[in-house]
Design a binder for this molecule. Structure first.
Ligand code: MOS
Length: 754
């Protein structure tokens, strides 16, 4: 095994002499956002007054358009054009690639008379105002020939197929090991279909500059969107310039582009005017992806000392018939617990509903809602504290592949969490603690989520005013990317934060993979760091090679950077002066990062322990969060405030998963029952009380030069399970059907005679 690293320590970030790394500085773009001065994709200034597009969506799940008449819509006030599959401009056939290196294939809109799910685009209206476009959309006359559609997940479980390209992961002989176990748990959990419900709907503003289209759109991956549009239009990607500067929430739902992008570009070309297109809130639920429902069977077998002997987690999930997607709800178990006999795998039910896809911590988020509750049940059967059970099963190396952990502080997370939360006050007997009409209980669960680094680049310019501007084709989906990149750049160059600018979200900037899989901070941040180091070397060479510099003739490798200066002993030159002397453009460098040669020799994850205290209303069955606390380990933390905000935001998602969030497929037409934020119940402020998180000191020197990891998805992992375990501890009711709504809780309490 190679342990040679491509990077050396210490470095300016790990030394952190200006203290910018880890500092809880405010969001770089915070003022712009709260004053409304940060233009989102639908709001950017256009070179001429824009037109507005409205997408008309299908109202059935499966079938064919037999007739469509857009003439009344086309004649309506203010309407510029009305398209259906009969007259939409030519686009590349679905799934084709003009350029084999394109990251995404073509994705045409209004491509045919086929309807594959409710909410699919069937017509498009362009008008002078959004109101006129939407009103005209109501005048499109459509006749459908409906076909039988498979819409119900649970009644279709028998039709489940193996997840494409995957085999079950088997270690030992699960069935025999389970049968031979002294203590067992066997349960089936259900996590429902969920929606991202981002504040900002998907939206695009587009215009053409000659042969080139300029689009501002809300997407997590700059290159993905640029390539998808180029392929769909059948033009080289350098004729698409894509901006995505501010994004009002992504969560995986904006990992891809949708028809707003394609239709805005086509309509801008056809009309010769800038065009804005946004999905309505209602359309967002079905025109974009969702997290599929997941059914999970967990079987655990242990000896009386609590050592796991057998572990199975089998997940069945759904996706659209022609858009395969697997919610990998079982995978995390492979890295979390060791048992000599194991079985994990995924099955897929194909339905005629909108496309399933990635949503915050895909896999772990629903998956941990089952196994971490099964562990709680096992602990109870063994008469062990749930934390003690997990400590007894803490592996020495990654159980999946026997690789050493880069760092794994899971036990420390549990122990520190227990202490700070007051876990010792938990009464092990369910129903033992009452507060008036409320049953009160505590629960815990672990959290695990992977850590990845992808190749990324960045550009850095130092100008004569002493300002360093980092440019990167990266996105900030509300997570804090702008801010952490400024901190890294400032610390690397020895510049105060007010001398650092960050520009993101332009396909003509050095590329980064975007925001997803909680890889953004480590990936984009490492590229920014490496680029800063390139700039340091360049500046050192400029200074020591320039007779006008006080540092002329010195060894460039001895230079230090602090307070806007390049320094050697008691001599210094200012970065502003160096950049001025370099010319009117100052100094520009590019740099980048790729995974270390031995990156795959280590098991790299982020970890945490979640603790919840809930009250269960003995009269109404309502579950209320009383306290929630988590301890997490995720490498070096770049910004204490933003990292905690990401983690607690994830924990709040876990509260939603446990207690409120679910969508339901309407069996009549394949629509989703909830299509607004009144019906789709994500937690609001009143639901969240006394929720806090702590991040442990950690530096993962196997992860990247700065030893950082991601936090965007860790917080949701295990959060819901801690709440479900607390519900059991409160009232003695084990509910495996999420969310734990009052109707289910009340029925279970009544069934117990409570
Ligand atoms: Mo994410 S759900 O990997 O953007």
């Amino acid at each position: 095994m190679s342990t040679v690293r491509d990077w050396a320590a210490p470095n300016p970030v790990t030394e952190n002499r200006s203290g910018l790394i880890g500092k809880p500085v405010d969001r770089y773009e915070g003022r712009l956002k709260v004053t409304g001065a940060a233009p989102y994709a639908f709001e950017v200034e256009t070179p001429a007054p824009p037109l507005y597009g409205h997408i008309v969506s299908s109202t059935l799940a499966k079938g064919r358009i037999t007739a469509i008449d857009t003439s009344a819509a086309a004649a309506a006030p203010g309407v510029v054009l009305a398209w259906s599959h009969l007259n939409v401009p030519a686009q590349a056939a679905r799934g084709t690639r003009l350029n084999p290196r394109s990251q995404r294939a073509s994705n045409p809109a209004l491509e045919s008379d086929r309807i594959e799910h409710y909410g699919q685009s069937v017509a498009f209206i362009l008008a002078d105002t959004p109101e006129n476009a939407r009103a005209a959309g109501g005048l499109v006359r459509i006749a459908y020939a409906a076909e039988d559609a498979d819409l119900d997940f649970l009644s279709s479980l028998d039709s489940a197929i193996p997840a494409p390209g995957e085999e079950d992961a088997r270690v030992g002989d699960f069935e025999a090991g389970y049968a031979a176990s002294q203590v067992t748990v066997d349960g089936t959990w259900f996590s429902p279909l969920q929606n991202h419900a981002q504040m900002e709907p998907c939206a695009t503003t587009a215009w053409w500059e000659g042969e080139k289209v300029v689009v501002h759109t809300s997407i997590q991956m700059v290159k993905g969107g640029q390539h998808a549009l180029a392929e769909t239009l059948g033009i080289p990607s350098d004729r698409v310039r894509l901006f995505t500067r501010y994004i009002g929430g992504g969560f995986g739902g904006k990992g891809q582009s949708y028809d707003d992008l394609t239709l805005a570009a086509l309509a801008a070309r056809e009309s010769g005017r800038p065009v804005r297109v946004a999905y309505t809130r209602q359309q967002m639920f079905q025109a974009t992806i969702h997290r599929p429902a997941v059914q999970m069977r967990v079987r655990l077998g242990a000896d009386r000392s609590g050592r796991l002997n057998a572990m199975a987690l089998e997940a069945v999930t759904h996706c659209a018939r022609n858009a395969p997607f697997v919610e990998h709800a079982a995978s995390f178990a492979r890295n979390l617990y060791a048992a000599p006999h194991r079985l994990t795998g995924h099955r897929l039910v194909l339905l005629d509903i909108p496309h399933a896809g990635a949503m915050r911590a895909p896999g772990e988020a629903p998956g941990m809602l089952s196994l971490e509750c099964a562990m709680d049940e096992l602990a109870e059967k063994l008469g062990l504290d749930p934390i003690e059970l997990r400590i007894r099963n803490e592996p020495e190396v990654d159980p999946d592949n026997a690789k050493p952990f880069s760092v794994r502080q899971l036990v420390r997370c549990m122990q520190e969490g227990a202490q700070q939360f007051g876990w010792s006050r938990r009464h092990p007997t369910p129903g033992a603690v009452r507060d008036g009409r409320w049953y009160v209980g505590m629960g815990m669960a672990t959290a695990i989520r992977g850590n990845f680094l992808l190749p990324a680049k960045a550009g850095l310019r130092l100008t004569g005013d002493g300002v360093a501007t980092l440019t990167q084709g990266m996105t900030d989906i509300g997570t804090g990317t702008y801010t952490i990149l400024a901190q890294i750049t400032g610390e690397t160059l020895g510049l105060p934060l007010d001398q650092v600018r960050v520009e993101l979200g332009d396909s003509e900037m050095p590329p980064a993979p975007g925001s997803g899989g909680q890889f953004g901070a480590a990936t984009a941040g490492s590229a920014a760091f490496e680029t800063g180091m390139v700039m340091r070397r360049r500046l050192a060479e400029l200074a020591t090679g320039d007779p006008r510099s006080p540092l002329y003739g010195e060894d460039p490798t001895l230079m230090d950077f602090a307070n806007g200066n390049i320094v050697l002993g008691n001599r210094s030159d200012s970065l502003a002066a160096l950049a001025s002397r370099a010319g009117p453009e100052g100094v520009y460098v590019e740099g980048g990062i790729s995974p270390a040669a031995d990156a795959r020799d280590w098991s790299q994850h982020t970890y945490g322990a979640q603790f919840a205290e809930v009250g269960v209303d003995s009269v109404t069955g309502e579950v209320r969060l009383r306290r929630m606390f988590g301890v997490f380990a995720a490498g070096r933390i770049l910004n204490a405030k933003l990292a905690k905000s990401q983690i607690t935001g994830g924990m709040i998602w876990g509260v939603g998963a446990a207690l409120t969030e679910a969508n339901v497929v309407d069996p009549r037409d394949g629509s989703f029952l909830h299509q607004d934020l009144g019906g789709y119940l994500a937690p609001v402020h009143a639901d969240i009380v006394n929720l806090d998180a702590v991040l442990l000191d950690e530096a993962d020197d196997k992860a990247n030069p700065m030893g950082i990891k991601g936090v965007g998805e860790l917080g949701i992992c295990g959060a819901g399970a801690a709440i479900a375990n607390a519900v059991y501890n409160a009232c003695g009711v084990r509910l495996r059907d999420y969310p734990l709504t009052p109707d289910k809780v009340l029925a279970a309490l009544e069934a117990k005679g409570l």
